[in-house]
Design a protein around this ligand. Structure first.
Ligand code: NAD
Length: 369
């Protein structure tokens, strides 16, 4: 053996900023059953429990587990966090003298918990039941008179997150698939974010790997607890990617297209992601390699891997099937170009228009833009 060579040279000089978003995470089946102990641990005695009308049973279960520490239930959480709804919940929190909020549900309910917490300083315990990842971000989107504004503030981040796989079993299989691809989108854009870093890349690759493994199982067997657990784990990691980096073209297009034409959140992400990846991949060979390594059947090309995953999930591929009109394509391209934002590949209007047209028509994503 030749000992004269010394240790291998590092491949390159590392230089980065990593902003950890500190929260306490409990990840275990039945985590919700420990909710009373969790409150006691934090010295809290009066929780306002939040849900959508569709998940009021879950909110009731939490209230029963808390007994006298449940101050009340507000079950009117609404997509895009309308301020009028937040005001109603705030009034109830004040009336019941709540000393914390517990959100049980997807991104809409988590958003309401954030909106109350940032206004009052009340601790927020989040129990996510989709894969959207909002519980891991210091970001809040709110709507006033239909106009959505987004802000970021470390005080928005929920202090405690309980991941309980049991609560995800009821998530309909198709919504599980699209919510999971929504999570993958966070990790994809984190891989080539202007503020990406080696820690985020580890989280992103592992998050995509976990979801790509679990989602095809879930669409066949929604009650498969280990696949559900793997998906929730992946969603947690992808949520950290969203909370820790700046998103690019894909998230911008989803906001524009989803927001302007009132399209469903997770489905819009799922339809657009292969197309935005195909557009950006030539500009980000390292991210392409990272994704291709964890997407089964990618053969070195992340677009191929993602197309295969979407095919296996059997989800919708065309924005027109969700109500977007052909004449909206030009409008969407024009709005997408309006505010400059970070993207690894320059944004060229006619190419973005063609990208949106393909997604609208339901064509397979191709790397020829
Ligand atoms: P959602 O919270 O709107 O939920 C969709 C529907 O599914 C609701 O009726 C909900 O009650 C129901 N549902 C949720 N979990 C269920 C389960 N396990 N079983 C049965 N039904 C269930 O959907 P979402 O995709 O989680 O969240 C979308 C919203 O979150 C959007 O407004 C989006 O902008 C926001 N969001 C924000 C961030 C952020 O960082 N601020 C991140 C991701 C998403």
């Amino acid at each position: 053996m030749d000992n004269t060579q010394g240790p291998p040279e590092p491949r390159r000089m590392l230089s980065f900023v990593y902003n950890a978003n500190p929260s306490r995470v409990v990840f275990k089946p039945g985590a919700r059953l420990d909710i009373a102990a969790e409150l006691a641990r934090q010295g809290l005695k009066a929780a306002l429990i939040l849900s959508t009308p569709q998940q009021v049973n879950e909110a009731n279960d939490i209230a029963n587990l808390l007994g006298s520490s449940a101050a009340g239930i507000f079950s009117n959480a609404t997509m895009h966090t309308p301020i009028a709804v937040t005001d109603q919940a705030l009034a109830q929190a004040k009336d019941k003298q709540a000393d914390c909020v517990i959100s049980v549900g997807g991104g809409s309910t988590t958003g309401l918990g954030k909106a109350i917490s940032v206004r009052t300083g009340l601790p927020h315990i989040s129990i996510p039941t989709t894969y959207a990842g909002s519980e891991m971000t210091p970001v809040l989107g709110e709507t006033v008179d239909g106009v959505k504004t987004t802000r970021s503030d470390p005080r928005i981040l929920p202090g405690t997150v309980l991941y309980d796989v049991d609560l995800t079993l009821s998530l309909p299989q198709k919504l599980s698939a699209t919510s999971g691809v929504n999570a993958i989108a966070h990790a994809v854009e984190a891989l080539y974010a202007p503020d990406t870093n080696p820690i985020i890349r580890l989280l992103a690759k592992e998050g995509i790997r976990a979801l790509a493994e679990a989602l095809p199982v879930i669409v066949i067997d929604g009650a498969n607890v280990s696949a559900r657990s793997t998906a929730l784990y992946g969603a947690w990691l992808c949520g950290q990617c969203l909370g820790g980096t700046t998103m690019s073209l894909h998230h911008k297009l989803c906001h524009v297209v989803g927001g302007s034409f009132n399209l469903p959140h997770a489905e819009t992400h799922t339809i657009l992601l292969p197309h935005t990846i195909a557009y950006n991949a030539p500009a980000v060979p390292e991210a392409n390699k990272d994704m291709a390594e964890v997407l089964p059947g990618a053969e070195g090309d992340c677009t191929v891997g993602l197309n295969k995953l979407i095919d296996r999930l059997g989800v919708g591929k065309a924005l027109k099937d969700y109500g977007m009109k052909e004449e909206d394509i030009d409008k969407a391209a024009e709005i997408a170009l309006r505010n400059p934002y970070a993207n690894p590949r320059p944004i060229v209007q006619e190419k973005i228009r063609e990208l949106i047209r393909r997604a609208w028509a339901g064509e397979e994503a191709r790397p020829d833009l």
